[in-house]
Design a protein around this ligand. Structure first.
Ligand code: C2E
Ligand code: MG
Ligand code: MG
Ligand code: MG
Length: 298
């Protein structure tokens, strides 16, 4: 914060700012030790895990894929949210190593699921990318990871937020085009929260638009505030993109989104992010989510 205000400007740090800075430094130190341990006895999986949240086809109730979400279980501090440590990892440059670990782990898991469950041979895995990973070396790194996991690019989906893309839209477009040559799928995450010019949107080779959960959760049971969601979905479809609604928590939200022809849904209504074992159980059960509840109509 002080840096942004210029070199010659004296900034008085208050206690809360100091405390926050100390916590961020501690997180950075812990992350560094985890990723680059001094004693070489460290062996994965360690403290990081990938959790998987189902993405459900709203037409059929079938699982179409999973989103990978990193989890950090700290031996002393317990669970640390990615919303807290990902920004620290981004600022310190550690995100590259974390991101590659998540990608490889996710691709390997998907490969295993496809092999194990023939009903789910077309399952996809969605992995979040930070803006810091959107560099010219990204494609080489991904090529290596796909080769190592022996996974065709078409089963990998990358999620990038609107804000990250808009940091440098022209270079994002160039990188996206390289990724599309590998048939990798691209999603815009948290759509509607940042600002993405419509002039750009149609130039991005994007396959899927994820409607941010703040819009989904503002839709009331009686259809109020559904207009904005309706508009985003219609816009996406007119540009040839599929849509995912994030953060679906209730049956009425899910039914409204089905009514708006949203392609996929994701949220606690279907399932929370699950560890690999519990995600595997859903596939083993050939889980199909219930989209109509007679009880609800009554
Ligand atoms: P995101 O990519 O938008 O992920 C969706 C977030 O919404 C996840 O939070 C998920 O647990 C949560 N969520 C899913 N369904 C519901 C619901 O019905 N209700 C509510 N209230 N929340 C729901 P999570 O796992 O805490 O992740 C937060 C953010 O951290 C992610 O937002 C993503 O931006 C970032 N993140 C997570 N894992 C990674 C990663 O491996 N790499 C990078 N670069 N970022 C990651
Ligand atoms: Mg995401
Ligand atoms: Mg999101
Ligand atoms: Mg988000």
């Amino acid at each position: 914060r002080a840096k942004k205000q210029g070199k010659n400007c004296t900034v008085v740090f208050d206690w809360a700012m100091r405390q926050e800075a100390m916590e961020r430094m501690q997180i950075e130190t812990d992350l560094r030790l985890l990723l680059y341990p001094e004693n070489k006895t460290y062996s994965p999986p360690g403290e990081f895990y990938v959790y998987y949240q189902p993405i459900v086809a709203l037409g059929t109730g079938k699982i179409a894929g999973f989103e990978s979400l990193i989890r950090w279980f700290h031996p002393e501090k317990g669970f640390i949210s990615p919303a807290v440590f990902i920004p620290v990892a981004e600022e310190s440059g550690l995100i590259a190593a974390i991101g590659e670990w998540v990608l490889l782990e996710s691709c390997r898991q998907l490969k295993q699921w496809q092999a194990q469950f023939s009903d789910f041979s077309r399952l996809k895995i969605s992995v979040n990318l930070s803006s810091r990973q959107l560099t010219s070396s990204l494609c080489d790194r991904i090529d290596r990871i796909l080769a190592e996991a022996d996974l065709p690019g078409k089963y990998l989906k990358l999620e990038i937020t609107e804000t990250a893309i808009m940091e440098d839209p022209e270079s994002a477009i160039a990188i996206f085009q390289e990724l599309k040559k590998r048939k990798i799928q691209l999603s815009i995450d948290d759509f509607g929260t940042g600002y993405c010019s419509l002039a750009y949107l149609h130039r991005f080779p994007i396959d899927t638009l994820k409607v941010d959960r703040s819009f989904v959760q503002k839709m009331s049971q009686w259809g109020e505030n559904a207009e904005i969601v309706h508009t985003i979905i219609a816009l996406a479809h007119s540009l040839g993109m599929e849509t995912i609604a994030e953060g679906i928590e209730t049956m009425p939200q899910m039914q409204q989104l089905r009514g708006l022809n949203c392609t996929f849904g994701q949220g606690y209504f279907f399932a929370r992010p699950l560890d690999a074992q519990n995600a595997t159980r859903l596939l083993k059960e050939k889980k199909r989510f219930l989209l109509n509840s007679n009880l609800h109509v009554l």
